[in-house]
Design a protein around this ligand. Sequence first.
Ligand SMILES: [Zn+2]
Length: 437
Amino acid sequence: MMQKWEFSLKYYQDSSAALDTALKEIPAYQSWRDFDPGVLLSVDTRYQAMPVLTKKDIREYFPLGFVSPGVNIQHALDSGEISFVSTSGTTDDKVTNIWNQKWWDASERASWKLNTYAARLATGEHPEAILVNPLNVGIASDNSDLPLENRRLARFLYLSERTNYTAWTAEHMDRMIRELAVFRPVILEANPSLLARLCRYISASGQTVFQPGLIVLTYENPTNLHYRQIRKVFTSPTASSYGTTETGYVFMQCEAGKFHQNTQFCRVDFQPLKKEHGGPSLGRILVTPFHNEWYHLLRFDVGDLVRVEETGKCSCGRHEGIILAATEGRCVNATLTCAGRLVTSRELDHNLSALEEIDEYKLEQTSPGTYELHLASRTPDKRELSESAASVLKGLYGREAKIAVIHEEMIAPEVSGKYRLSKTLFPLKIEDYLEKG
Ligand SMILES: [Zn+2]
């Protein structure tokens, strides 16, 4: 494997400590001891020999399996030091985690150093507007409008209380524009799909909007379409922040556009895909958070694909940790060409975003050779758009691909409140595509 990355001595010490503690004390890892090739070998070799922790394992061992046997979890729950939080989603996706706010905030603060704008603007006291689905974070209210003061929490303002953005009215979006002008957030944190929706409205209605110092995109992988729509309206710099509820902040996009690992707070193990599926630069990541005494996770499968920066360098000058050229989307969003090659959601997006007329899309691969593309577009000539889209998809998936294009008013998110812009309707196991280690 490419060993171009630089890690500090502290990183190796933290990696060893996380592994040794888990194997010695944490109940969920008792059966992992047999995999340990021994402390005489390098910590990287020891990690490589270990299994992978899945959401299924978390459900099985939660909560006592992930804390030291000596600690009093009820006491910490009672004092508010920790809480249990459930993520939304389907049964396979849904998981309850131990939430440690203090640790989460520290992990976020460390990630700010990886982007010059964030490092300068984020003080921990700065006003921040948040445009995310209240199913993920914030305060939900679908039947009545909540006044601004009911959507304030500490230094945050939640711009929408609606759980379904397809129900946003012009008045609802006008309110967001007004509140941004009044609240003047230093940072706007947003789901890219929701922000893109607001931006399409701002462009179409010919309005202008307050420009925050930085826009941080979270919760979803931003697509080219999102960026195109956001940049029509905002001149603010953008940074995509990558993390999960389980692992905290894992990668942060720097001002030069690449992603840097938050090495102070997590270890990342990269597993390349087979060459014929885009490896060795493309692969999945397993994350081991550091210093969270209330939740010992080891090699957690976050379910995402990333592309490592082949040069191992970034023009911003930051050199510690894994550097990514891009995040490539969720493993469950991968599709297959007719010849069986794996296509990430980013690769699909690069192809489809060549079509200027598309506002939103969703691709469902119904069987190995058939694809259903749902499109939302304001172009009057739907027939021509259908033909161009089918031609783009045949270029990507193969001439023999059977493609149906369906036009929609809007594309709705999944029950989790997040979008899945592509998926197969048949099982696809990412393990089958990994290079055997
Ligand atoms: Zn950089």
